[in-house]
Design a protein around this ligand. Structure first.
Ligand code: PBG
Length: 329
C-alpha cells in the first residue's frame, strides 16, 4: 500500500541529483542582493590593511573609482561609504561630520559625478566616526543626548544628500530621528533620497573590527547599551520598526546579521517592507579566519548569505560582496 510515509514516502527522492535539487530550491542569492561597504582614509594612492579583516582595506579618495569600477563589473547595485577620520579632526560633537570636505562627502561627490545613477551610493548617518569618545552622539555626563544629537544628524543627512547620497542610513539609534531627517530632506527638495533606517541595531559584541576600521575602537568610552538595543529582546525590535515606518523609513536594516535571523524573519512577516541585513565585521572575521585556517571551506560564505535570504532579507550588506559576486558568476 502507498502511504504518505516511509517506506513509500522518501524526501530524499527530490534531492538525488543536482538538477532536481535546483528545481526544488526555495531561495537563491544573486548579485542583486549585495551591498558593498567601502572604508575611506586620508592620503593619496593609499590602500591600508584593517586588523582582523583580511581582504578588506581602507582606500584613499583617489582610489574610490577603482573600487566602484570593480563593484560595477560585478553588477553590485550599491556601495556604502565609511570613513576613518584622522584623530585630530575628532571632537565631542563630531563636527567633522558636517565638513563638506570630509572623507564621505568627497567620496560621494566624486562617485556621483562619475557614475551618475549607475550605482547606488549609501552613507551612514551617525557621529561615531567623528567623535573623540567614539559614541554615535553627543556625550554629556556619561549620557548620549538624544535631541542634541538629532540636530546634528539632520544637518549631516542634508549635507550627504547634497553631495549625491542616494540612500541615507541613520545608524545611531536615537529616538525620533527618522521623521526629523525626512522632514528636512523634503523641505530641501530631496524627496527622492531614500531613508534606510537601522531600526534594529543591537549593542553587539560583533562590531569590533569595524570600530578598528573607522578608528573608534581604542577611544570608545564605555559601551553603547543606552541607545543600541539589548540583544535579549525581540518585541522591542517590532516597536522600533513600527515607529520608524510611521516616521517615513523606506527600508529597514537589522544588524548584526546571522545571530539575528529570527528578527529578520519576524520583521519581514509583520511589516512587508524591504528588510536589509548587515553581516557585520565580527561575522566577517570569524568566517574568514576559519577559512584561512582551513577549519571550514569557502562555500561557507555562500551558505551564510543564503541564510539571510531564507530569513526574508531583501539585501545584505557584506564585506564578502565582491567575493560572492565572483562565486555566483
Ligand atoms: C556605527 C556603525 C557601526 C557599524 C556600522 N555603523 C558600529 C557601531 O555601532 O559601533 C558596524 C558594522 C560592522 O561591524 O561591520 N554607527
Amino acid at each position: 500500500m502507498i502511504t504518505g510515509r516511509y517506506p513509500s514516502l522518501r524526501l530524499r527522492r527530490n534531492r538525488k541529483y543536482s538538477w532536481t535539487r535546483r528545481l526544488i530550491r526555495e531561495n537563491d542569492l544573486s548579485v542583486n542582493d549585495l551591498i558593498l561597504p567601502i572604508f575611506l582614509t586620508d592620503g593619496i594612492n593609499k590602500k591600508s590593511i584593517i586588523k582582523n579583516m583580511p581582504g578588506v582595506y581602507r582606500y584613499s579618495i583617489d582610489m574610490v573609482p577603482k573600487v566602484i569600477d570593480k563593484a560595477l563589473k560585478n553588477k553590485i547595485p550599491m556601495v556604502a561609504f565609511f570613513p576613518h577620520t584622522p584623530f585630530n579632526r575628532k571632537n565631542n560633537l563630531g563636527t567633522e561630520s558636517l565638513n563638506e570636505n570630509n572623507l564621505v562627502c568627497r567620496a560621494l561627490k566624486i562617485a556621483k559625478k562619475k557614475y551618475k545613477n549607475e550605482i547606488g551610493l549609501m552613507a551612514d548617518v551617525a557621529l561615531d566616526p567623528y567623535t573623540s569618545h567614539g559614541h554615535d552622539g553627543v556625550l554629556k555626563k556619561n549620557y548620549i543626548l538624544n535631541d542634541e544629537t538629532i540636530k546634528i544628524l539632520i544637518k549631516q543627512s542634508l549635507l550627504q544628500a547634497q553631495m549625491g547620497c542616494d540612500v541615507i542610513a541613520p545608524s545611531d539609534m536615537m529616538d525620533g530621528r527618522i521623521g526629523k531627517i525626512r522632514k528636512e530632506l523634503d523641505k530641501n527638495n530631496f524627496q527622492n533620497v531614500q531613508l534606510l533606517s537601522y531600526a534594529v541595531k543591537y549593542a553587539s559584541n560583533f562590531y569590533g573590527p569595524f570600530r578598528n576600521a573607522v578608528g573608534s575602537k581604542s577611544i570608545l568610552r564605555g559601551n553603547k547599551k543606552s541607545y543600541q538595543m539589548d540583544f535579549s529582546n525581540s518585541e522591542e525590535a517590532i516597536r522600533e520598526v513600527a515607529l520608524d515606518i510611521k516616521e517615513g523609513a523606506d527600508l529597514i536594516m537589522v544588524k548584526p546579521g546571522m545571530p539575528y535571523l529570527d528578527i529578520i524573519k519576524t520583521i519581514k512577516e509583520k511589516f512587508k517592507i524591504p528588510v536589509f541585513a548587515y553581516q557585520v565585521s565580527g561575522e566577517y572575521s570569524l568566517i574568514t579566519n576559519a577559512i584561512q585556517k582551513k577549519i571550514i571551506n569557502q562555500n561557507a560564505i555562500f551558505e551564510s548569505l543564503i541564510s539571510f535570504k531564507r530569513a526574508g532579507a531583501n539585501a545584505i550588506v557584506t564585506y564578502f560582496a565582491n567575493d560572492v559576486a565572483n562565486f555566483l558568476d
